[in-house]
Design a protein around this ligand. Structure first.
Ligand code: DQA
Length: 150
């Protein structure tokens, strides 16, 4: 029998996450985004899923990236919308286009922080949310998605 093609998972990182390593390390850890993406790729290799990572500081670019998912073969999405979590109806509406597992990830526990971070515009349209475990949260999200799609 022909081998099944490897499943693809997209990871979207929102604004200011390109500054990880230098940005409030006491909240977000000292790893750079490149390290997080490398760890995700290594975890993907073990789980048998292909991981592609994308970062943008622009809401519209994130919306367009999500719009490109249907029909692309991407089978799961991990998204840390960063500050847009708390404001973006546009990203929420784009996520509603998807019928694949979506996990919202936050490095910090947003519910232990300022009240304006307690509200997520996107969590209730995602399959699930992981917050407060630092970069491990991305790996947990990948494992959860791999479980659902493989
Ligand atoms: C964050 C939490 C957001 O409130 C914040 O704006 C971020 C990062 C996190 O990963 O903990 O940029 O999404």
């Amino acid at each position: 029998m022909a081998e099944q093609p490897e499943k693809s998972v997209l990871v979207i990182h929102g604004p200011n996450l390109n500054m990880l390593g230098r940005r409030e390390p006491e909240k977000y850890g000292s790893d750079t985004l490149a390290v997080i993406d490398m760890d995700l790729n290594a975890a993907g290799d073990k789980l048998g899923v292909r991981v592609t990572c994308f970062q943008s500081n622009h809401e519209g670019e994130i919306v367009e990236k999500i719009q490109g998912i249907p029909g692309s073969g991407i089978a799961g999405l991990i998204i840390n919308p960063a500050a847009y979590t708390h404001t973006s109806i546009a990203i929420r509406d784009a996520l509603l286009l998807l019928d694949i597992p979506v996990v919202e990830v936050h490095l910090s526990n947003i519910y232990r922080r300022e009240p304006f971070r307690h509200k997520s515009m996107t969590a209730d349209v995602a399959t699930g949310q992981i917050a407060g475990f630092g970069k491990t949260g991305y790996i947990l999200a990948l494992e959860a998605i791999a479980d659902m799609i493989c």
